[in-house]
Design a protein around this ligand. Structure first.
Ligand code: CA
Length: 203
């Protein structure tokens, strides 16, 4: 299998079955992250950014790409992680890691959508940003913990506001936490631990 980790607009066009000008429009509109080669000005896209784009827009990830980058095969039995977060950059960051670990991901950028996603998909784990607009992180936390159908759903709280808020969330039923800013390694470790616990409880 090829080792390369960047794609041209032409390759992306082929994967998506569109004209390469469409791909350039996606880049110009900011939907698809790309960088320009020095000198010639051609666009190149990192594979992770392309995969993020595909998942954002609910397009299937070509098998060839998922085999290239993902250690374990994504199948419909892989644990599902709901990312509740309103900052797109952090969503991308978490989603990339979730994907690379072989888990499936869903995203909700506010508390209301989080509730809908929870009820529809019953995810195994929720990463929950406490600082959400509208229906806040704590309300989502209470919603999950008040409902028996989510009793085996793990909650990883993500907070930018320090220990007092984190302690409150642990009291309210969060299983673990990450303080912003957090490293990829920390996130990986916590996701893995919680999902292992979750799988043990389920069996
Ligand atoms: Ca936030």
């Amino acid at each position: 299998m090829a080792e390369r980790k960047v794609l041209t607009t032409g390759e992306i066009a082929k994967y998506c079955g569109v004209n390469f000008r469409t791909v350039i429009r996606w880049i110009q509109k900011g939907h698809l992250r790309a960088y320009k080669l020095p000198g010639r000005g051609d666009h190149r896209v990192e594979i992770y950014d392309f995969i993020t784009f595909l998942t954002d827009f609910k397009m299937p990830v070509p098998l060839e790409l998922s085999e290239l980058e993902v250690p374990e095969q994504h199948d419909s039995n892989a644990p599902q992680v709901l990312i509740v977060e309103d900052e797109p950059v952090i969503v991308d960051y978490i989603e990339t890691i979730v994907f690379a670990m072989g888990y499936r991901s869903l995203v909700a950028d506010d508390g209301f959508k989080a509730g809908v996603m929870l009820a529809t998909h019953k995810p195994d784990l929720v990463t929950l940003d406490l600082g959400l607009p509208g229906l806040g992180g704590f309300e989502v936390l209470r919603f999950i913990r008040d409902s028996a159908q989510f009793s085996n759903t793990k909650i990883l709280v993500i907070s930018g506001k320090g220990l007092a808020e984190i302690n409150m969330s642990l009291k309210a039923g969060a299983d673990d936490y990450l303080a912003k800013p957090f490293s990829m390694e920390d996130l990986k470790q916590k996701l893995q631990n919680l999902l292992e616990q979750q799988a043990r409880n389920r069996n």
